[in-house]
Design a protein around this ligand. Structure first.
Ligand SMILES: [Zn+2]
Length: 461
């Protein structure tokens, strides 16, 4: 096998690794680049491999930075199966269509207000193209092996990151390689613990938090403090949250706090049709997470669901304190932008960030203390308090990644550290080398690696 790294190299987005085996080509993940303009431009550039020559795709999970390029791949002629777990398929059905909506709406908005450099601005893909891509999804549960291409057997194992998230192990009979996918945390109250690392000759591991240790403060205590103090000054807590995963974790904690009487009696709104659908999908996949059916449904009922745009906008005119959970999680698009426009200038409010904020996003600017944001071409002052709940992360931190790597039976021959910004990937790579004594490297965009097993390594097995 040969790997070519076509995304998530020195960045956390655009996950795509081409696997060449014999005459076949397989793409592991097919993600969108997000965040900085130079990265997003890669979504528009020609892929270094002809999409019609790719035989199959394997998705580790549904997040757009792993699945969101599929509609482009299909438009450019890819016609093979896209293998994923059943829950990933259900989530892709809402995420990809929503992504098409957002891209269409942003292009339309840019044209109407004339702030795009491109005339006219076109969406990267449409809703219709997103729907067309969904027809290629094929599901396989965790555990049984399947054959995405003739030369390679594959297997999904739970990665714990979000519903349906998998690590994937590929084996061509001579060598094996394990992709961690995005790795979850061992003690998440909602998601399953990541499976122990299975044996493989090579490992491709994510490093989103490769240079960080998650805050160990109790998340519910902190959440209760933030909601209570904001409500006490008459403000609203606006929470940009990833619709899939993070929104449900927030509902879980808010429900527990509410039942303990630890929250002030203010309404909680889940203002994201996609998060509402994702909550429903979570409840449909009991067994793929830690919650029972009743627990799952009760947790979802803690919030008022906001479906229509009119209702969403009417929230901005309310004067009473409330909690609004809305997407997108890094404030790159979606309804949360309207809430930020309306609420960021008021010092009584709190903007609560709840996960990784990729460089170049409004979330990263807020995290870094920005006192103004550009939203829809308009400068918006930020006088609201900005807090973050890093411990709610759906990603393992550096120590947890190292413990997961060490949980497997034997050291791989080589480890490729991807899906991290420069400092995170480099730091994790050094720790893998120094603490585990493994050969590790951080591949750059477009780099290829031939996977061949050393004779001495083989004889040791
Ligand atoms: Zn992810």
């Amino acid at each position: 096998m040969r790997l070519t790294f076509l995304g998530a190299t020195q960045t956390v987005t655009g996950s795509k690794t081409l696997v060449t085996a014999g005459r076949s080509k397989l793409l592991v993940d097919c993600g969108l680049f997000q965040g900085q303009r130079e990265l997003k431009e890669r979504n528009w550039a020609e892929l270094p491999v002809d999409p019609t020559s790719i035989d199959a795709v394997v998705l580790t999970h549904a997040h757009l930075d792993h699945s969101g390029y599929l509609p482009v791949l299909v438009r450019k002629g890819f016609r093979g199966p896209v293998w994923c777990t059943p829950a990933t398929r259900d989530l892709c059905e809402i995420l990809l269509v929503d992504s098409g909506h957002l891209l269409e709406r942003d292009a339309e908005f840019a044209n109407r207000h004339g702030y795009s450099r491109h005339k006219p601005a076109l969406p990267l893909y449409t809703v219709e193209e997103a729907r067309a891509a969904l027809r290629y999804l094929r599901t396989v549960p965790f555990g049984p092996s399947f054959q995405p291409i003739d030369e390679v057997t594959a297997m999904f194992l739970p990665a714990g990151h979000i519903l349906g998230a998998a690590m994937v192990r590929l084996d061509d009979g001579a060598v094996s390689v394990l992709f961690s996918g995005d790795l979850g945390r061992p003690h998440d109250p909602v998601m399953l613990e990541p499976a122990r690392r299975p044996a493989s000759d090579f490992v491709v591991v994510e490093s989103t938090y490769g240079d960080r240790r998650h805050d160990t403060t109790d998340v519910e205590q902190r959440l209760a403090e933030i909601v209570s103090s904001t409500a006490a000054r008459g403000g609203t807590v606006i929470i940009p949250a990833f619709a899939v995963g993070r929104a449900q974790s927030l509902l879980y904690h808010l429900d527990r706090l509410k039942r303990r009487g630890a929250l002030p009696p203010i309404p909680i709104y889940l203002d994201s049709p996609m998060a509402i659908d994702a909550s429903d999908i979570l409840c449909r996949h009991v067994g793929d997470h830690r919650l029972g059916d009743g627990e799952c449904r009760r947790m979802c009922s803690v919030a008022h669901y906001v479906q229509s745009v009119e209702e969403s906008k009417s929230l901005d005119r309310q004067t009473m304190p409330m909690v609004i959970v809305s997407a997108s999680g890094m404030a790159t698009g979606g309804r949360v932008l309207h809430h930020l426009k309306a609420m960021a200038p008021d010092p009584r409010n709190t903007i609560l960030l709840t996960g990784f904020q990729a460089a170049g996003t409004r979330g990263a600017q807020l995290h870094a203390g920005a006192r103004e944001l550009t939203i829809h071409g308009q400068l918006v002052p930020v006088r609201a308090a900005v807090e973050s709940l890093d411990m709610l992360s759906a990603h393992a931190d550096a120590d947890e990644i190292l413990r997961w790597l060490a949980s497997g039976p034997q050291a791989p021959q080589r480890t490729f550290v991807i899906h991290g910004e420069d400092h995170a990937a480099d730091t994790l790579c050094r720790r893998v080398a120094s603490e585990l004594g493994w050969q590790a490297e951080v591949p750059v965009y477009g780099e290829a690696a031939d996977l061949t097993v050393r004779r001495d390594a083989r004889s040791l097995v």
